[in-house]
Design a binder for this molecule. Structure first.
Ligand code: FEO
Length: 391
């Protein structure tokens, strides 16, 4: 017993989700502020539950629902997304409400839910379908690849609420449910981090979804993670328009690992050289900065320099891991170069450059390599090269 209660977000619509204060890693995405799994209960002629929660939090979900209504009275469960942070407690809720219809997309939602939870009372919905639940209507808008093939959002025109699931969300644990009850800069940073680490490869799909939602009048965006947007709806929508565009800014990011400070000194020189050109540069020692924060900085920065010394004929493992992660996110329109110091072989710098190319980064400067400890004149040379770069 957790003594969890539902929170009414507007008349007869309740947040019944869970706050995961301790979650720190979501498939490699370091979630330093935890997360929430948002589920919503609509009390109408047909009692409707939008999504469930991660299975570890099923008791909290059931308690919150029970604080409003007997779970057996649920008539409809909308499964916006098969990923188990939202569908995890589906089977348990279906057991408590055996007559409830589970609405999902066809074929991907149906396939995914059946594979995970067996044969339940599923019903497929498609773009343009709507269902009347009494005084309210629910309209379904599939948003494929945001970020799974089955993803969809649900719009309630009478309430002007968009139940947006992963879109517009953040991994941000908070006791306060609404955007304006939290620090806006923190929320927007976490929303950008979420977009960069999860949605970056799907800009085109995000733009398609934004067009599909373009004409809707929206009073609340009830997300699947983090805050519910009510005061800053335009801000988060325009942020999504920008994040999903190919626009990029005149910023640089320098990411490196170092063994005995030589690559580190090169990194500092590169940061200062960009700054000298009037281009702000972020400095990320990969040993101490989370990969997900680094990727958030890279996301809209035009320039990227990645450095690694050579160890056992290879780049440093931390740098390899970072480049592997970055490649999966398919960054767009970045330019950069590889750098590093080395003792004898020096293979790491070419390897870094290869991986940067594989991640789609245009190489604009030959590998910057220094054997042993950089001298002042070698560092000055790096500065000169960056100052002369045609950008
Ligand atoms: Fe929050 Fe893709 O699940």
């Amino acid at each position: 017993m957790n003594n969890c209660k539902a929170i009414e977000i507007t008349k007869n619509i309740y947040w019944v989700g869970a706050v995961d204060w301790s979650m720190r890693n979501f498939h490699g995405y370091e979630t330093s502020r935890g997360t929430t799994y948002n589920a919503y209960l609509i009390i109408d002629e047909k009692v409707t539950l939008i999504d469930t929660v991660k299975i570890d939090f099923k008791d909290e979900l059931i308690e919150r629902i029970s604080s409003v209504i007997e779970p057996s009275k649920i008539d409809i469960i909308v499964s916006s997304h098969v990923e188990p942070d939202h569908s995890g407690a589906l089977k348990e809720i279906a057991a408590l409400a055996p007559n409830a219809e589970i609405l999902t997309t066809n074929p991907n939602g149906l396939k995914g839910l059946k594979a995970r939870y067996g044969n339940l009372n599923y019903k497929a919905v498609k773009a343009g379908d709507s269902v009347s639940i009494g005084a309210r209507t629910l309209q379904f808008v599939p948003t494929p690849m945001l970020h799974w093939p089955d993803s969809m959002v649900t719009y309630c025109p009478e309430e002007k609420i968009l139940f947006s699931n992963d879109a517009f969300g953040e991994h941000f644990a908070t006791s306060m449910r609404f955007d304006d009850e939290n620090d806006l800069n923190t929320v927007l940073f976490e929303a950008k981090k979420y977009y960069a680490n999860i949605l970056m490869p799907f800009g085109k799909q995000a733009q398609t979804a934004l067009s599909a939602l373009g004409n809707l009048e929206i009073k609340l965006i009830a997300t699947g993670h983090g805050v519910i947007w009510r005061s800053y709806i335009e801000k988060i929508i325009s942020a999504y328009k920008y994040w999903s565009s190919e626009d990029i800014e005149d910023y640089a990011v320098v990411v490196f690992d170092s063994m005995w400070h030589s690559t580190e000194v090169m990194a500092k020189t590169i940061v200062e050289a960009f700054a000298k050109r009037g281009i702000p540069a972020a400095y990320h020692d990969i040993k101490v900065n989370p990969m997900s924060d680094i990727v958030t900085d890279i996301f809209k920065s035009k320039y990227l320099a990645v450095g690694s010394p050579t160890i056992n004929n290879q780049m440093m493992p931390n740098v390899a891991k970072f480049l592997y992660y970055l490649k999966g996110l398919r960054p767009l329109n970045h330019k950069g170069f590889a750098f590093g110091s080395y003792g004898w072989g020096g293979q790491s710098i070419a390897q870094v450059e290869e991986e940067m190319k594989a991640a789609g980064i245009e190489i604009i400067l030959d590998q910057v390599k220094i054997q042993n400890v950089p001298t002042k004149s070698q560092l000055d040379e790096i500065t000169e090269k960056i100052l002369k770069l045609e950008l």
